[in-house]
Design a protein around this ligand. Sequence first.
Ligand SMILES: Cc1cc2nc3c(=O)[nH]c(=O)nc-3n(C[C@H](O)[C@H](O)[C@H](O)COP(=O)(O)OP(=O)(O)OC[C@H]3O[C@@H](n4cnc5c(N)ncnc54)[C@H](O)[C@@H]3O)c2cc1C
Length: 399
Amino acid sequence: MARLLIDEEACTGCEACVEECPYGALEMKGDVVTVNEKCTFCGACVDVCPVEAIALEKEEKEAEGVDISQYKDVWVFIEHKRGRITNVSFELLGEGRKLADSLGCKLSGMLMGDGVEECAQEAIKYGADTVYLTEGPVLKEYRTDSYAAGAVNLIRKYKPDIVIFGATTQGRDFAGTVATTIYTGLTADCTGLDIDPETKLLRQTRPAFGGNIMATILCQNHRPQMATVRPKVFAMPEKDDSRTGEIIREPLPIDEDKVRTKILDFVQGAETVNLVDAEIIVSGGRGVGGSENFAVIRELAHVLGGALGASRAAVDAGWIPYEHQVGQTGRTVRPKIYIACGISGAIQHQAGMKTSEIIVAINKDPEAPIFKIATYGVVADIFQAVPMLTQEFKKLLAR
Ligand SMILES: Cc1cc2nc3c(=O)[nH]c(=O)nc-3n(C[C@H](O)[C@H](O)[C@H](O)COP(=O)(O)OP(=O)(O)OC[C@H]3O[C@@H](n4cnc5c(N)ncnc54)[C@H](O)[C@@H]3O)c2cc1C
């Protein structure tokens, strides 16, 4: 951890640092300044002090790296929503199992919450050998301070080699806080993870430079090696009810009064597009030709009980909001059926949907690249083919 050092002899009590501090972390005690727990070690006070009475000290050992031989095992953060594990955590347990097997080490879950032991048992059935569990009322709902304090405590004590998180809203917030607190790297939004056979380092692959190249990132001197992975990048593993494992409990090192965020109420937000969990997706591209024409695509999605997707070309044209975009810079999806209507199948679109179980492509150009990955291809005008399909499905479903 960093420390803020105040030379009380040198401090003149001018209060320049108190005014400068964006976090209200400096207070006057008599004639000298003191620092409180709000300090983030940003260094703004160091720069403004006219008599150089403030210094920021970073632990050399942490800044240079750690003894990596002390770190072992692969951990997966088990994210849950009020006791229900999110699908991405299962997907990561499946991938974590492969990483652990290739390293010859254990796979563990890191779980926090209140009354969530059942989730620990569930994680074991999906591949974990051990679950590190921290429980308490302070952890009932996700809050950055309390969850990060619990995770940092577990990581410092048990020293995992690798920790992976779902790239969800919670996972992104949480993993970033943990990584900066323990001085390690974090590769966000990975699309591939594997172990280098020679160095045994985690190869973390993700799109870089706006998606134009794929970068493979290594974390050589710091531990744990940490990554977030988007939902649906990895397949859901099989559940094995016969699996057993160990649950290791650790207390939470912080009290409610140290948690800066208080939850007053939960308000149901506007309905969001749930592309990621949809079993059927009907997507429209530039071939749809305009926002009002999306009604044709929307109706087929509706009849099939599926979600409405789109290519970036349709989103960029303003025909449909970004939440519907499938692809490298949109959502990654893995539905049972993906129906691409008027979409050429550019590599960036395929990056978000090519692992769908069945791909149906409707395109008037027989040379469109989408046909190379399609299970079923229909060379036709979407404005003829899609309404026909909608009518047929309506008839079938009415039986
Ligand atoms: C860094 C980067 C990130 C990107 N991220 C994404 C992403 O996340 N998602 C994404 O989708 N794209 C992404 N793109 C854009 C991508 O390269 C393509 O430009 C885009 O996918 C094309 O969308 P489209 O297939 O709808 O349009 P087009 O490529 O223009 O294809 C339209 C297709 O519709 C067909 N068509 C036209 N009219 C009809 C009709 N009446 N009936 C039947 N077929 C018809 C045409 O034959 C054509 O094949 C990204 C690009 C870059 C550089």
